[in-house]
Design a protein around this ligand. Sequence first.
Ligand code: FAD
Length: 471
Amino acid sequence: MKNNIHGDIVVIGAGPGGYAAAFRAADLGKNVILIDRDSELGGVCLNRGCIPSKALLHITKVMDDAASLSRMGVTYDKPKIDINAIRAHKDSIVKQLNTGIAQMAKARKVKTINGLARFISNDQLSVKTNKEDIVVTFDKCIIASGSSSTMIPGVDPDHPSILTSRTALDLVDIPKDLLVIGGGVIGLELGQVYATLGSNVSVVEFLPNLIPGADKDILRPLLRKLKKQFKSIMTSSKVTKVEPHKNGKLDISIESNGKTETKTFDKALVAVGRKPNTDLLNIESTDIKTNNGFLDVDVYQKTNVENIFAIGDICGNPMLAHRATHQGKVAAEVACGHSAAFDVCAIPSVVYTDPEVAWAGLTELEAKEKEISFEKAEFPWAASGRAIAIGANQGKTKLLIDPETKQILGVGIVGPGAGDIISEGMLAMEMGSDAEDVSLTVHPHPTLGETFGMAAEVFEGTITDLYVPKK
Ligand code: FAD
């Protein structure tokens, strides 16, 4: 039949999980079809997530750094903001990377289809493109269809004053008063962008703490900064009503400590979590079992249906691009008959605010909850020459160490570049390094990475850059 095509491996979704899976399978010699409903490859991460948010955070960090130079004797005028130019810059970065992925797909002879894929059975999909409906049959399918923002009930997601992370990144304007609903990673990153660009930002978070997964101590320097940058931070509080005015403004009722107050905002950014894109797949026509919309998988990334795999956000938390990519490679290798498994010791989390916060492996919160014993070693950046030179003395590097084996169980870092330094912690944990291995590794001086080695020296009792009284 004319509109029938077959792939050894068909991948649904061209985000960081899907394109990694497709490219790996093609490199292993398979005939691969990669389907995405978006016209550009790269998924949420590239088109409306990691990359555009980091492009904007870079701009606002430089603005902040430039302003802080006044303490060091250099004063600039107040910056002039051309929002159209900022948007164009961000879009050009995304475009450059879109083109790169498309070129890599072409070079690997991966067939890409722009359309919405829906299952017909355990080995067939229908794909609706702009021009036609195609039936795609497959030996193996990898579902990498990702996630979308959730909305709070009773709020019209299409109201122009209601932003999601996607529309917030479109940077249509800089609202005077912006309420960020949800004090997680996405809400705080985008809140900080808008605050630096000139919005009065307020944050409302249902839970008692912002960024609930991270240890309080490594969040402290960030919270100190956000308290200065944001107009208000309301924790243990919830939005009970959002009422749009005719003039576009929003009356938002917020319940805190049993009292409800209504305040007016120009816009609200809803960043309360993400839901799996399962509803788009017509999954009911397969034998795949779902779990609150998410797809459960084993270590080989297989669903309960032998020839169908799932990777990335559609499999649940942590919803992170690097996890999706690694799972994508495992799924592709297993689907191609190779032996592979997603068997990592940790997945790093990073909040790309200023200062950055990063953690991986065991946290003190988790250790307490699960009654896991650990020893802690910390190196305060106030003792790092490099950190002091760049005004980052509030930073900290913390190691959680197994009291018996002395292996590194967890790492927490706050300060500029924390998201890069955590990679050393990842390597140490994956290699089963103990504190001595890390302390004997020569780190270049003066660097922020050095604080990782010094935290291990604190544990070993060999530190000379600090005076730690003997216990
Ligand atoms: P996705 O990237 O969600 O891609 C799925 C693709 O599948 C999409 O293109 C979608 O349109 C398509 N699709 C869905 N259903 C169908 C269908 N039926 N047919 C065809 N196509 C379909 N993570 C990090 O690690 N670091 C960060 O700094 C970071 N920042 C973020 C910032 C924001 C604002 C947001 C929203 C997310 C951020 N994330 C970050 C999370 C990260 O973007 C996701 O974890 C990652 O994109 C998940 O990858 P994925 O491959 O599972 O799916």
